[in-house]
Design a binder for this molecule. Structure first.
Ligand code: SF4
Length: 229
């Protein structure tokens, strides 16, 4: 079931055009190796406020130090924070990860998330959102990339470029942007749309100085301060 937000026809049409154009220019994208849902959940906890390299280093350090997720649950909290320190904010991420793993084990008798596939997407989303430190982006990443469920993650790049291009109302906050873009796009587009908009934001429509002169969306984009030199 799609979220109950009103999407304007203008945004819906522009989103379609943008998807078509980005698929032509960037091709159909590939997500990094899809992880099991639980690994993706831990990885996205680690990714908050850090880069992909440090996220992966911290995840690899967990794998190297502990044989399984039960061992992570039972690890000394200070030691676990030390293991993931490279990802930053270890004093928040460590307790949040351990608390999430313990709760999953208590509720499900095993530390696994594949059963979420059996739920309607909104129920699976609400369950994941009930964990401390798990926001809409984390939830949507786990649902879309690990469980193959229809959800659209909005990261900092997507939030910025969707505002500039004119794919959503300007004043929408990040959480509501998840719902808005999810409602505006066809679920079959979520995967490519997410990855191609991030690529656009990283390579062309950067925060400080968008390279509008070489942007494939320059004729579609509504940003009033385009940089064309
Ligand atoms: S035209 Fe400029 S502002 Fe618009 S999406 Fe492209 S780079 Fe960003």
């Amino acid at each position: 079931m799609k979220p109950a937000v009103e999407v304007s026809a203008e945004h819906r049409e522009r989103l379609c055009l943008v998807n078509e154009r980005l698929n032509q220019v960037f091709g159909y994208p590939e997500w990094r190796n899809p992880l099991p849902a639980l690994d993706e959940l831990v990885s996205t906890f680690l990714s908050q406020n850090t880069n992909d390299l440090n996220r992966d280093k911290a995840f690899d350090a967990i794998r190297a130090r502990y044989a399984n997720w039960d061992e992570v649950c039972e690890a000394d909290p200070d030691e676990f924070m030390q293991v993931i320190r490279v990802a930053g904010l270890a004093n928040q991420k460590g307790p949040n990860i351990q608390a999430a793993l313990r709760r999953i084990r208590e509720e499900r008798d095993e530390i696994d998330l594949e059963w979420l596939k059996e739920l309607p997407v909104e129920e699976a989303r609400e369950w994941l959102l009930s964990f401390k430190g798990v926001g809409r982006k984390t939830t949507a990443i786990v649902l879309l990339f690990s469980l193959g469920m229809p959800a659209f993650p909005v990261d900092t790049h997507i939030y910025r470029v969707s505002g500039r291009i004119g794919l959503r109302p300007q004043k929408l906050d990040v959480d509501t942007t998840h719902q808005y873009l999810e409602a505006a796009a066809d679920p079959a587009q979520y995967y490519a749309m997410h990855l191609n908009l991030i690529r656009l934001g990283r390579e062309i429509c950067q925060a400080r100085k968008p390279a509008c002169a070489r942007c494939p969306l320059v004729e579609i984009c509504q940003y009033p301060d385009k940089v064309l030199d």
